[in-house]
Design a protein around this ligand. Structure first.
Ligand SMILES: Nc1ncnc2c1ncn2[C@@H]1O[C@H](COP(=O)(O)OP(=O)(O)OP(=O)(O)O)[C@@H](O)[C@H]1O
Ligand SMILES: [Mg+2]
Length: 389
């Protein structure tokens, strides 16, 4: 399967869209425009599997030739190869294929399949599983999960998935403007294999996917720790980064997720109530779950909110270094969530987006540096694991 972004005149665009709808198992339409600068901007940001381009649009905008040639995503051009300049333009934009306008219905699928980057590339390196946790609600877990995932997808060009494990009240999909019809609950009946997982997952862009929380809170209890163990095995074959957005608490799903994660990003805000709860969590991780120190990383969110508690106070009170500091950004996260988009995309130059990019860069570096299975197994050894064995 692969994703397609289209740039076409309305009539041809409508015909392509109709055609794409008839191939739902092969092709996912992720965007459409008739404006080439918009196409270049969107394709740079989202890296679709292929850009399907109407030569009528290209012929009107010679300034777009160079930026199109620089895109990382492959391009398939549809135009009149004889008697016009379509072939010259195809060369100029380094198109993978030029399909004759009157033959596109027969040739398009084969051409797109040959040219497109697959939606789920298998990665040779180990996947990195990150649990985003806090013992308090409302401290920014989902905000960080969604924006960290979007940043990783954009900066690494690797496949990233957010799994919404706030099973009763998850809001990952809402924050990303999705209205899922399939969720993790669909995996509770029958075996969990990659085909069924792919059906349950929603694609946000070619590199960013979401596995939504159940649509009804009462479905949450059917999602078990065992299901999560198997699900993570499948997801690690398909994605470079698996981000688990957790609810507060230490129920079975959370403890399984925490145990299986390579890194637990533990969120905290600068207020005494949260500090107290997070302090208890850190003690539990250290003494009961016996996690190695570098598995648990403290993220201080909403700094600069003049609470009278600084980063140094937090480190001292929690007896643990603050690895990441995320500034308070006023209404930015709420505005972005209301628009169903990640703020790292809507306002990438904001201080909060910049802080998340730097978090993402560190996460990516850790994955690159990770030296194979032995280190990962050692890091994961935890409470559930020791109880299970
Ligand atoms: N750095 C920040 N600056 C401003 N607002 C923020 C920041 N981080 C989070 N918020 C806001 O705080 C609220 C709670 O965030 P979020 O839903 O991500 O928290 P959560 O920990 O996932 O909550 P829950 O426990 O209910 O799942 C949201 O309105 C979000 O927009
Ligand atoms: Mg949340």
């Amino acid at each position: 399967m692969f994703s397609v972004y289209m740039a076409a005149e309305p009539a041809l665009g409508d015909a392509w869209e109709e055609w794409l709808r008839q191939h739902p198992d092969d092709v996912l339409l992720v965007g459409r425009t008739q404006d080439l600068s918009e196409a270049v901007r969107d394709c740079r940001r989202d890296l679709p599997g292929v850009l399907l381009l109407d030569d009528q649009v290209l012929a009107q905008d010679s300034l777009a030739l160079a930026p199109l040639a620089d895109l990382s995503c492959p391009i398939v051009l549809v135009g009149q190869p004889d008697g016009g300049d379509a072939a010259r333009r195809a060369l100029a934009i380094r198109a993978k294929d030029l399909i004759p306008l009157h033959h596109w219905p027969e040739e398009l699928l084969v051409s797109l399949k040959k040219a497109a980057l697959p939606l789920y590339p298998r990665d040779r390196q180990d996947a990195q599983v990150l649990a985003v946790f806090s013992s308090k609600g409302g401290v920014g877990k989902t905000t960080v999960s969604v924006n960290l995932a979007a940043s990783l997808a954009e900066r690494t060009h690797d496949a990233v998935i957010v799994v919404d494990l706030d099973l009763a009240f998850g809001d990952v999909s809402t924050m990303l403007g999705l209205a899922p019809e399939t969720t993790i609950y669909d995996l509770t009946s029958g075996p969990i294999d990659s085909a069924r997982v792919r059906q349950a997952v929603q694609s946000v862009t070619n590199r960013l996917s979401v596995l939504a929380a159940p649509l009804a809170p009462e479905q949450a209890e059917d999602v078990t720790g065992n299901l999560l163990v198997r699900l993570l095995e499948v997801l690690k074959d398909e994605y470079a980064y698996v981000i688990l957005d957790l609810a507060p608490g230490y129920h079975e799903i959370n403890v399984t997720a925490l145990d299986l994660a390579d890194v637990v990003l533990t969120l905290c805000t600068p207020d005494v109530v949260t500090l107290r709860a997070v302090g208890q969590a850190l003690t539990l991780f250290r003494e009961d779950f016996r996690y190695p120190a570098d598995k648990v990383q403290l993220v201080l969110n909403r700094t600069g909110s003049r609470t009278g508690i600084e980063r140094s106070d937090v480190s001292r009170i929690l007896k643990s270094p603050v690895q990441y500091e995320l500034p308070s950004a006023g209404s930015l996260p709420v505005r972005a969530a209301n628009q169903g988009t990640a703020f790292v995309q809507a306002e990438p130059s904001s201080p909060l987006a910049q802080a998340i990019f730097s978090l993402a860069d560190n996460v990516a570096k850790v994955r690159e540096d990770a030296s194979g299975a032995s280190r990962r197994t050692a890091k994961r050894g935890g409470w559930m694991r020791s109880r299970r064995s």
